[in-house]
Design a protein around this ligand. Structure first.
Ligand code: G3P
Length: 218
């Protein structure tokens, strides 16, 4: 399973890459706005830093300007994946871009029917938002199970990219269900490492050796 970082923060991306756990990055307009920087230059900067796929989202909602922005995003670097909203123009754009050999990530997916449409449009990735479904008392992970089942049934090549991830169990459940990718806020990646018994065990090992009064070489 691939781990993408869901951020436009260069510092977080550098830390994630140094940990060796980051296979790609996803951004959205909110995440880029939070950095207070220009839009396209930020996507370019991230794409130059990250070896794997970097999703940059269009801002237009009509087909022609959406395609224009998609081409400008794709021209930034070979690893840029064009993120498109799950709307009729977004899926029309996904089909056109796929035919042109440009990778796409269809975002804001909240139902299995929407995921089926994205696969039929030839999207490279579908991004179901699990956290935002949990927020309205729906089961975010149930949507992932449905999409994985449907995609397997028809051998769709569209990859399931679990988004709006809020905590480690979203990651574990995604892995159990066979999702292709999870995109994580840096704080969730950090939490995946944590276990109190690891900390306690390490402290015990080191304390026991310290009692001997000997060093590493001794
Ligand atoms: O990048 C899209 C998605 O991951 C946003 O997550 O936490 O704003 O619902 P969130």
């Amino acid at each position: 399973m691939k781990f993408f970082l869901d951020t436009a923060d260069i510092g977080e991306i550098e830390k994630g890459l140094a940990l060796g756990m980051v296979d790609g990055v996803t951004t959205n307009p909110t995440l880029i706005a939070r950095q207070g920087k220009s839009y396209l230059p930020t996507v370019r900067e991230i794409a130059q830093l990250v070896p794997g796929p970097v999703s940059g989202e269009v801002l237009s909602t009509e087909l022609d300007p959406m395609l224009d922005e998609a081409h400008r995003l794709a021209e930034l670097a070979d690893n840029v994946v064009v993120k498109l909203p799950l709307t009729p123009p977004g899926l029309q754009a996904a089909r056109t871009l796929t035919e042109e050999g440009i990778r796409t990530n269809v975002t804001l997916c909240f139902s299995p029917a929407q995921a089926l449409l994205a696969a039929k449009a030839g999207a490279t990735y579908i991004s179901p938002f699990v956290g935002r479904l949990d927020d309205i008392s729906e089961e975010g992970m149930a949507l992932i199970e449905q999409i994985v089942t449907i995609y397997e049934q028809y051998s769709f090549e569209t990859q399931v990219l679990v988004a709006s991830v809020r905590h480690p169990m979203h990651v574990v459940d995604s892995a159990l269900l066979g999702a292709d990718v999870v995109t994580l806020p840096f704080k969730v990646l950090d939490k995946l490492y944590a276990h109190p018994l690891t900390d306690k065990g390490l402290a015990g090992f080191l304390a026991d050796w310290k009692k001997t009064g000997r060093s590493f070489d001794d």
